[in-house]
Design a protein around this ligand. Structure first.
Ligand code: GRF
Length: 220
């Protein structure tokens, strides 16, 4: 008997190339998820069009209409709960979420952050890596908690920083890695191998103290 695909909500604010990776991989059968809804805080987000073209339901909750963060989070919950999501994917969702949201979907929210966390939480990560003279940069998928970019790390993808790199060229290489590691993390979760418990990430029942390293090969 076929297991039911995990109902998934993807939250975006912008171009949605990570969303597109999820769409493409569920379509070609390499990722088993039910992409139930895509939600944006910006009505003009290009990612909403990607969702519409893929036939996925879209929701928009404009943060500017909610002066109080907790009220915005409550509106997000109301919009998402119509779809009863089991997994929440933050994919370039540029709002800080409060405990109202985090507690409601506790343990089933992923975020992707374009740095090798714990390095460079927050903004401008690519320029910060260049300015620091780092040899390596990359991206991290982690469980989202109330601490900004601070929840337990699940998987990291690295890219070398080149002498000639600008923030833009480096960002493009990081994005390509993101499109591989984010669906992988979701697949591990959907299969039941990866979970969040006691404030930690667990893989196959073992505590994941260090994130998995993405090396270009699929994690089996
Ligand atoms: C990615 O770099 C991700 O790490 C960050 O926001 C960006 C989203 O890009 N959280 P896209 O909208 O998926 O193209």
């Amino acid at each position: 008997m076929n297991r039911k695909s995990v109902r998934t909500a993807v939250l975006i604010s912008g171009s949605g190339t990570n969303l597109q990776a999820f769409i493409d991989q569920t379509r070609d059968g390499s990722l088993d998820l039910d992409l139930s809804v895509v939600l944006s805080n910006k009505p003009g987000a290009a990612g909403l069009q990607r969702a519409r073209e893929a036939g996925i339901a879209v929701e928009c909750v404009e943060h500017s209409k909610f002066p109080i963060r907790e009220d915005f989070d409550a509106a997000l919950i109301a919009a998402l709960d119509q779809y009863d999501p089991e997994l929440i994917i933050l994919a370039g969702f540029m709002r800080i979420l409060t405990s109202v949201f985090i507690d409601h979907f506790s343990g089933r929210i992923f975020n992707i952050h374009p740095s090798l966390l714990p390095k460079y939480p927050g903004l401008d990560t690519h320029q910060r890596a260049i300015d620091a003279g780092d040899d390596w940069h990359g991206s991290t998928v982690h469980f989202a908690t109330e601490e900004l970019d601070g929840g337990p790390r699940v998987i990291q993808g690295r890219v070398p920083v080149r002498e000639s790199d600008t923030a833009e060229t480096l960002a493009a290489r990081v994005l390509a890695v993101e499109h591989q590691i984010y669906p992988q993390a979701a697949a591990l979760y959907a299969s039941g191998r990866l979970e969040y418990r006691d404030g930690r990430a667990w893989l196959d029942g073992d505590r994941l103290d260090e994130p998995l390293e993405f090396s270009g090969a699929l994690i089996n």
